[in-house]
Design a protein around this ligand. Structure first.
Ligand SMILES: C[S@@+](CC[C@H](N)C(=O)[O-])C[C@H]1O[C@@H](n2cnc3c(N)ncnc32)[C@H](O)[C@@H]1O
Length: 261
């Protein structure tokens, strides 16, 4: 998923899908956050390639996120009965769909318009879907008043880099969270960065796999997103692929802070 600070070979196949000519899809606000001077080539910048994926091939991204399920311990850890939840970087709703039964109001903030569209469609067909509002925004510019939510959460979206959160994004999430409420970062990529800022880390044990819809889907999606695992998937005829084979840490952890009252 979003993986800044990755080895240079990471995302090889994903990076091949896009070129600098695709950068025109970004709005000026997006380009300012995602495209650094001298580092604007998705063929070498995997973070940029992910952002292009969300905008140019949102259904492909949704197929991946739909099978990469969160650890039940992570979902179970979240509060069950609160008034308001704000989710930032909601994507196509992997977490949002778990949140709508837990609050009177859920605001799902997502910058990428094609992902907002998919999420809006999913919510329209879901029980409790009317409790959610899908809004445009960024970590560092949330469309929310101070102290808005009991829970402000991001899943596989926040990183310490400025374009994907950073200091100003974390401060903004805390601003939108009420005193006594919780800010939660699910599947964090840098726990040390968060613990240095007063966050506590929780990890749920047990093996985890990605259950693709079919063997053919496993071959196709690992070929694009986890090319180093694709050979083993083919060799072993796998439809359900352990995270160790994919070569990434599973979505089994979170970092949280309860804000002082
Ligand atoms: C890997 S996806 C995760 C989506 C969803 N939370 C999930 O778990 O499936 C990362 C998400 O972060 C969003 N994102 C990227 N930069 C962002 C920013 N600066 N502010 C808020 N969201 C951002 C992307 O548009 C994308 O939806």
């Amino acid at each position: 998923m979003t993986r800044p600070e990755v080895p240079a070979r990471e995302g090889l196949e994903l990076r091949k899908r896009y070129t600098p000519a695709d950068l025109g899809v970004f709005t000026p606000d997006e380009a300012r956050r995602y495209v650094s001077p001298g580092d604007g080539d998705p063929r070498t910048n995997v973070v940029l390639a992910w952002e292009l994926l969300y905008r140019l091939e949102p259904k492909l991204y949704d197929r991946l996120a739909s099978v990469e399920r969160l650890h039940p311990g992570v979902v179970g850890w979240l509060p069950r009965h609160v008034d308001r939840i704000a989710e930032v970087g909601a994507g196509t709703g992997r977490l949002t769909m778990e949140l709508i039964g837990r609050a009177r109001r859920v605001v799902a903030v997502e910058p990428a318009m094609p992902l907002r569209r998919i999420l809006t469609r999913k919510l329209a067909g879901a029980e409790h879907g009317t409790r959610a509002r899908v809004r445009h925004g960024f970590f560092d510019q949330l469309p929310l008043p101070d102290d808005y939510a009991d829970l402000v959460v991001a899943c596989s979206a926040f990183t310490p880099t400025a374009g994907h959160g950073g200091e100003s994004g974390l401060a903004e999430m805390e601003r939108a969270c009420r005193p006594g409420g919780s800010v939660v970062i699910i599947w964090p990529n840098r726990t040390d960065w968060l613990t240095a800022r007063g966050y506590q880390y929780v990890c749920f044990p047990g093996p985890m796999s990605v259950a693709f819809g079919s063997y053919h889907e496993a071959v196709e999606l690992t070929g694009i997103f986890y090319p180093r695992a694709a050979g083993e998937v083919r060799r072993r005829g796998l439809r359900t692929v352990p995270f160790e084979v994919l070569g990434i840490n599973p979505p089994c952890d979170l970092a949280f802070k309860v804000l002082p009252r």
